[in-house]
Write a protein of this length. Structure first.
Length: 387
């Protein structure tokens, strides 16, 4: 799950990282409740303001999504204008206004996974604020990347190596070390996949602030962080993906014609392989999960039908915990509710399959026990001359 800057900063603040004071406001508040917005703005009490578009993308500064003003009266017009921007194809629906800090030095710091080495890694550069890939290309000696053993973590000798790259000493160096340690703790404790601060700022008087924050959380660890679920912006997802998420389904749109409704990610992948083997192209990857109820199957069918490229539907269920008769009931309910006329092939095997197959065949559907003939049939039906 991608976080917006203001959400990442909320997490960082809770981990003791110094972050400028700020207020987030959505489109409705900025356009329709300017008085409430001004009330909140007044509490910021800053000598200058940074107005920042909240989108799931970096490089906002270059795209006009970061503006600085000394005048509080300018904040609202700047925020309004920013709502009309599209940054890297993403509409701006929320604005964050911060008390500006005096940035004497911009540093780059990030924590991420190194999947090859099975470690975490920390990257740092004294040339922050700009595109770090560019710095890594032109001045690789200015970027340090250190592997961190997840069991022992970030140690003083790592911090010394990082600080040797930076021109700071004394109190400022200590503040930087403390901040980098807290960032690491935030990264680990939130089960983040990425935490990137660019820039981490040192002010003229030696204070350290995280002025930007990019954070990716591991969706598979969200069950340990129920409070983070509120961070999810369903409106920012593709409409079908968000509908799937709300229904508890895992759905990925692909570019073929055969819709697949499968239980379990492993079976979903095997199904797509077999479809390709027989010359077909899957239209999606839809995993209804491990203990699908008829209502879940019904919703999943509804979702599949939203995709106008679909020419045939293939249901492939392995009934372990899942009862295949329950799935069959869901399929039939969907056929009735959505008046499905597309070719439909159903392969069911496992718990209660005899009853399930009988139920489907009674209604005239192609219901099979074996995978290969079922896939072949679906591929044939989806073909331009099919049926
Ligand atoms: P990004 O372009 O999406 O990475 O957005 P950032 O939040 O990193 O902002 C872009 C740039 O705006 C930063 O690199 C800074 O140079 C500048 N900036 C951001 N916050 C402040 C601030 O509080 N004061 C000043 N003077 N500049 C800022
Ligand atoms: Mn940045």
């Amino acid at each position: 799950m991608k976080l917006y800057e203001y959400q990442a900063k909320e997490i960082l603040r809770a981990h003791g990282v110094a972050v400028p004071d700020g207020i987030a406001a959505d489109r409705n508040e900025i356009l329709n409740e300017p008085d409430a917005f001004h009330e909140r703005l007044k509490q910021l009490n800053a000598s200058a303001y940074v107005v920042k578009a909240q989108v799931h993308a970096g490089g906002r500064g270059k795209a006009g999504g970061v503006k600085i003003t000394r005048n509080q009266e300018d904040v609202l017009p700047l925020a309004r204008a920013m709502l009309d921007l599209t940054i890297k194809g993403l509409p701006v629906r929320r604005i964050y206004v911060e008390a500006a800090v005096d940035l004497a030095h911009e540093i780059y710091v990030s924590f991420l996974f190194d999947r090859e080495k099975s470690t975490y890694s920390v990257m740092c550069s004294g040339r922050g604020g700009v595109d770090i890939e560019e710095v890594a290309r032109s001045n690789p000696e200015d970027v340090v990347r250190i592997s961190l053993d997840p069991f022992t973590g970030l140690k003083p000798f790592h911090l010394r190596e990082i600080l040797s790259l930076l021109p700071h000493s004394g109190e400022t160096a200590r503040a930087l070390s403390a901040t980098i340690l807290r960032l690491y703790a935030a990264f680990v404790e939130t089960d983040a996949e990425l935490l990137e601060i660019n820039p981490l700022v040192v002010t003229g008087d030696g204070k350290v602030f995280a002025c930007d924050g990019k954070m990716l959380l591991d969706d598979n660890a969200l069950f340990r962080h129920r409070d983070f679920l509120d961070f999810e912006d369903l409106g920012a997802l593709d409409p079908m993906e968000s509908a799937a998420r709300e229904a508890g389904l895992s759905y990925v749109k692909l570019d073929g014609q055969i819709a697949c409704l499968v239980n379990g990610a492993g079976l979903a992948m095997a199904t797509m392989d077999v479809i390709r083997h027989f010359g077909g192209h899957p239209a999606n990857f839809l995993d209804i999960g491990g203990s699908a109820k008829a209502s879940v199957v019904e919703n999943a069918m509804g979702l599949i039908l939203e995709d106008k490229a679909v020419k045939a539907i293939f249901v492939n269920i392995f009934g372990g915990i899942v009862r295949t008769d329950e799935v069959a009931r869901g399929v039939l309910a969907a056929v009735d509710r959505f008046e499905i006329t597309l070719p439909l092939v159903i392969r069911l095997v496992g718990t209660n399959d005899r009853e399930a197959l009988a139920m489907l065949r009674e209604r005239g559907f192609d219901a099979l026990n074996e995978m290969n003939p079922a896939v072949e049939k679906a591929v044939h039906m989806a073909a331009p001359s099919g049926g």
